[in-house]
Design a binder for this molecule. Structure first.
Ligand code: SAM
Length: 309
């Protein structure tokens, strides 16, 4: 039985987005609906997105001011139109329900099929692990998992799959553990980073985040607010680069965000400088909150930035 998902940084997101009667808030990552329920409780209208069709069971009884779209948050502007929303929330990553259900294949602690897809389409983790070139696997572990011994992990996997392809999470976790020389008293499981890398690759999470930020820029009204909650440095770097660039603070552009039009007027202002982290009470009661960071931008009346061709 999976534990219920506890929303992270909920009070801070509510304070940032200021939902109220007559306002439209887009919850780009519905999950168990913790944010959506809190937005609805203020009297706001809410349109939520989740790429995982199984999130729909949490949408029952949310009433007439609520609608859930089964889809990716990068589609929000195509779905809703431009300049219509007062707030957008993106609470990234996987939910506790997804992590805890062994059959979804996200966990190196519980045995399950090597899947890791948040949605129902596209290649699974097993497809990638069993067919990607060794160099591509190493890149996934290094870039998306920040695994320093990525080449060694990839070479152990390629050697093993030649004899027997991978189908189960625990089998893969054991091979990764062996590649890294066992646990040696490490605080985190040795497979943590490689599993993160695979999950990001399977779900194309970073390109989806970049597209989602641009979609939020389109969907927001002037004065509307975008709150982004990230859980690791790769996500946070993308959110930071987007906001500093759109606020006109990085004339040279960034390594992560796609190249953009030079000299366009700022389409966002920062609500506060830098990122906010949860307080001690929240991190003590919710371990998932420990790495969370919140960044918030306020949409200006400037046009949406054109992405350079
Ligand atoms: C951390 S949970 C959100 C939890 C939610 N804020 C709550 O309070 O219950 C993230 C959810 O976003 C969904 N998700 C992740 N990336 C997505 C994307 N690109 N488009 C739509 N949904 C996405 C996942 O399927 C997952 O259900």
């Amino acid at each position: 039985m999976s534990a219920p998902h506890t929303s992270v940084l909920l009070d801070e997101v509510i304070a940032a987005l200021e939902p109220a009667p007559g306002k439209l808030i887009v919850d780009g990552t519905f999950g168990a609906g913790g944010y959506s329920r809190a937005f609805l409780a203020t009297g706001a209208d809410v349109v939520a997105f989740d790429r995982d069709p199984s999130a729909r069971k949490f949408a029952e009884g949310l009433g007439e001011r609520f609608r859930l779209v089964d889809g990716r948050f990068s589609q929000m502007a195509d779905e809703l139109g431009e300049g219509v929303a007062d707030g957008v929330a993106l609470d990234l990553g996987v939910s506790s329900m997804q992590l805890d259900q062994a059959e979804r294949g996200f966990s190196f602690m519980r045995d399950g099929p090597l899947d890791m897809r948040m949605g129902a389409d596209g290649p699974t983790a097993a497809d990638i692990v069993n067919t990607a070139e060794q160099a591509e696997l190493a890149r996934i572990f290094y870039v998306y998992g920040e695994e320093r011994q990525s080449r060694r992990v990839a070479s152990f996997i390629v050697r093993r799959r030649a004899e027997q392809p991978f189908t189960r999470t625990l089998d893969l976790a054991e091979v990764i553990e062996r590649a890294l020389g066992g646990r040696r008293g490490a605080k985190v499981h040795p497979a943590t980073r490689s599993f993160q890398g695979l999950r990001i690759a399977v779900n194309e999470e970073l390109s989806e985040l970049e597209a989602g930020l641009i979609a939020a820029e389109r969907v927001l009204k002037p004065g509307g607010r975008l709150a982004v909650v990230t859980f690791h440095s790769l996500e946070d770097r993308i959110a930071k680069a987007f906001f500093t660039e759109r606020a006109g603070r990085t004339p040279g552009g960034s390594r992560h965000a796609p190249p953009v039009e030079a000299g366009a007027p700022p389409s966002f202002q920062l609500l506060f400088n830098g990122a906010r982290a949860p307080g001690e009470t929240e991190t003590a009661t919710n371990p998932r909150a420990r790495s969370a960071k919140l960044r918030v931008g306020v949409r200006t009346s400037a046009p949406v930035w054109k992405e350079a061709a």
